[in-house]
Design a protein around this ligand. Structure first.
Ligand SMILES: Nc1ncnc2c1ncn2[C@@H]1O[C@H](COP(=O)(O)OP(=O)(O)O)[C@@H](O)[C@H]1O
Ligand SMILES: O=P(O)(O)OC[C@H]1O[C@](O)(COP(=O)(O)O)[C@@H](O)[C@@H]1O
Ligand SMILES: [Mg+2]
Length: 490
């Protein structure tokens, strides 16, 4: 089937005034003679009345929206949405959906909306779910998915398909795709999953198969670059408020009360930062991007003493990846990894709680009353909130419009509020991190009045970096927290 060849280089198109399109692959790139069909949406009673429903073939989305008079137009991505012509007939499509990596609110909503979208908009009838992440591709069990079977799943946390870490064997996965006759693969997962999706796509292309591969970015940590934010993040921040409120109530009810709340965030502290900014009850927020120290003037312990003297209580929010180097210094280093190769973290919340208790007990300066709350999995296991549900729907629709139109090897997501198809390599080349020399972290520091722990070297390093901004980093181009999604064309 088709011509077998090497992996194609990234598709980059340059235009006038510094315009660059970082395009995504298309089935026609390696299968040039594929037939096309009119998009069945043009006869769909709900959608046919929409003015300009189909996306113009040349529409692209700018990565940078704040520009200066003379600045080049910069990087663009192909705009997501339905096309006039599609590369699959309805009864030809055999789609599969897989969820990988850690849980995240909204996984079930994305699954539901892919199934219902393919059924209702494109008349697709063959959709299966892969059981338990990538390794499910080489088990016999698959789950038949219909609008009826997925009808209520968005009200539940987790993923009805199950998930796993590790177990990615590219050629076995593609063998399974080929053997089952699957021709559209929807892969929902984080940075690790998108790396896996990228190599699956490359192998499919190498074998010359008419199989479209779409990635839907999932990460509660919001550590995926380029896109405005990831689904489930808002829900997580909202759910974290309950834990912070509990910590605050406990802390202010006793003399010298300290509430320590640990939140998720392996390498990126977005949940902790936004939960802190939203709550206003937090006195100190510790994230992986901002190394801190305990002892001495300007250290965390001195700050705690000061805040307790001023207010009589305090709340500390700590992201799970914060202070790892401090813990490994004081314990024997344990370099363990999970099945996907992610570093296993030491419990910073417990460590911090012991350190604080020990400090006040040793110095006998004041009696403290510390409560440690670890709501991490409770925050991850809840169903998505209303706004994440709508966002998940748009992601699912953008993904299936893309595959029906023959695009492949892409991740879908909002870039400056407009959904775009982004090549895998742009999503997987680095992680999205809180930039501690940006305005958003400054807002946090000013709201908590905690020590910044930022050294002159951090400031110099940040100045040297000249990278395109990401949305939540609140650099020049970002929207900050709120992203107004244009729902009209997704
Ligand atoms: N570099 C990689 N190449 C291929 N597969 C990968 C890669 N990194 C991770 N994976 C696979 O992706 C899946 C999820 O990865 P993981 O890091 O656990 O979660 P997440 O996708 O949420 O970041 C696992 O099955 C893992 O084997
Ligand atoms: O206990 P698990 O399932 O390995 O998950 C823990 C990890 O999952 C996360 O919430 C999200 O990580 P992924 O996006 O890689 O799934 C991390 O913050 C956390 O370290
Ligand atoms: Mg990850």
């Amino acid at each position: 089937m088709g011509s077998e060849g090497k992996t194609a280089p990234p598709k980059v198109v340059c235009g006038d005034a510094g315009y660059v399109l970082e395009d995504v692959p298309h089935l026609a790139d390696y299968l040039p003679d594929l037939p096309t069909y009119p998009n069945p949406l043009q006869n769909n009673p709900a959608y046919s009345v929409v003015k300009q429903y189909f996306v113009n073939a040349d529409d692209t989305v700018a990565q940078k929206i704040v520009v200066h008079k003379d600045s080049p137009r910069g990087t663009h991505f192909r705009r997501a949405g339905p096309r006039q012509r599609v590369y699959f007939e309805s009864d030809e499509v055999h789609a599969c959906i897989v969820t990988c990596g850690g849980l995240c609110p909204g996984l079930n909503t994305v699954i539901r909306e892919i199934v219902c979208g393919l059924y209702d908009m494109y008349g697709v009838r063959k959709i299966i779910g892969i059981d338990g992440g990538y390794r499910g591709f080489y088990s016999c069990n698959t789950i038949d998915l219909t609008p009826k079977s997925v009808n209520d799943i968005h009200k539940r946390g987790g993923t009805i398909l199950g998930t796993s870490r590790g177990g990615h064997d590219t050629s076995k996965i593609v063998d399974s795709i080929e053997d089952r006759g699957v021709n559209q693969v929807y892969i929902i997962g984080g940075d690790g999953t998108q790396k896996g999706a990228s190599v699956i796509f490359e192998e499919i292309q190498r074998r010359g198969l008419k199989v479209a591969v779409a990635g839907i970015p999932k990460t509660i940590d919001n550590d995926i670059v380029v896109i405005d934010k990831s689904f489930g993040f808002d829900t997580a921040v909202e759910e974290a408020q309950r834990a912070i409120n509990a910590a605050h109530v406990e802390a202010e009810s006793v003399e010298n009360g300290i509430g320590v709340v640990k939140l998720m965030g392996r390498n990126s502290g977005f949940i902790a930062m936004y939960a802190t900014l939203a709550s206003r009850d937090v006195d100190c927020c510790l994230i992986p991007e901002s190394p801190f120290h305990m002892e001495g003037k300007g250290g965390l312990l001195a700050f705690i003493e000061r805040r307790l003297k001023e207010n009589g209580h305090m709340v500390i929010v700590v992201a799970e990846g914060a202070g790892q180097e401090l813990i490994t210094e004081s314990m024997r280093s344990m370099e363990h990894q999970d099945a996907s190769g992610n570093k296993l973290l030491l419990d910073v919340g417990l460590w911090l709680s012991h350190k604080i208790k020990d400090h006040f007990a040793r110095n006998q300066k004041m009696a403290i009353n510390l409560k440690y709350i670890d709501p991490t999995y409770m925050i991850r296991a809840v169903p998505s909130n209303a706004s994440d549900n709508v966002y998940c729907t748009l992601l699912a629709h953008s993904a299936l419009h893309g595959t029906m139109a023959g695009y492949t090897g892409f991740t879908v997501g909002p870039v400056n509020g407009r959904h775009a198809y982004i090549p895998f390599h742009r999503i997987t080349e680095k992680q999205n991190k809180v930039v501690i020399t940006d305005r958003m972290w400054a807002r946090l520091l000013s709201s908590t009045n905690q020590p910044s722990f930022i050294s002159q070297k951090d400031i110099e390093d940040a100045k040297k970096e000249d990278e395109p901004p990401t949305q939540l980093s609140d650099k020049e181009n970002s929207h900050g927290v709120g992203v107004d999604f244009d729902t009209s064309a997704n």
